[in-house]
Design a protein around this ligand. Structure first.
Ligand code: HEC
Length: 138
């Protein structure tokens, strides 16, 4: 048996509520964000700790290896396509096994490095497809 609950004024009232809650305000637009998302960067944190932290430090500030967050690092890599950094890491790191990091590890690690450099996460995970996007300057 069909209920009468959906008759009367229920329908129009519901429509108004949905309309008011629907559109996103333009003021929520982000400043320059990077070609990665937060979930990917957080996964990259774990992979970084396994493969990179012993030489670059748990906070990326450097140890045996260079700092990946200081002014020199930003000056060198920001303002350029993320793919420059991504390709360099693939070809050179880790030093005892260059050219071995699969994309499934490389992309999250690069996302984590970007986030630690103050780049805001965006909506799309980093991959070969969008790695040509610029590593935004702060
Ligand atoms: C055994 C130690 C060691 C490990 C492990 C290691 N690195 Fe390095 N890394 C170095 C050294 C030493 C340098 C500096 C030499 C050079 O630039 O060629 C360096 C340089 C770098 C640079 C360039 C920094 C700059 O200023 O341009 C990046 C980026 C980097 N490493 C990322 C990584 C990532 C990501 C990992 C993990 C996948 C990693 N490294 C693992 C030792 C290491």
């Amino acid at each position: 048996m069909r209920s009468t609950v959906y008759g009367g004024i229920r329908g129009p009232v519901l429509a108004v509520v949905i309309f008011l809650g629907g559109p996103t305000s333009p003021t929520t637009a982000h400043a320059a964000s990077g070609p990665f998302d937060r979930q990917q960067a957080e996964a990259g944190h774990v992979i970084y700790n396994d493969h990179c932290a012993e030489c670059h430090g748990p906070e990326l500030a450097g140890a045996l290896g260079a700092s990946l967050v200081d002014a020199a690092f930003k000056a060198k890599w920001s303002g350029r396509p993320v793919s420059d950094l991504r390709d360099w890491i693939f070809s050179n790191m880790p030093p005892n096994a260059p050219g071995t990091l699969p994309d499934a590890q490389l992309d999250p690690i690069v996302a984590w490095i970007l986030m630690k450099n103050g780049v805001a996460p965006g909506a799309t995970p980093l991959s070969r497809a969008n790695a040509g996007d610029v590593f935004p300057k702060e």
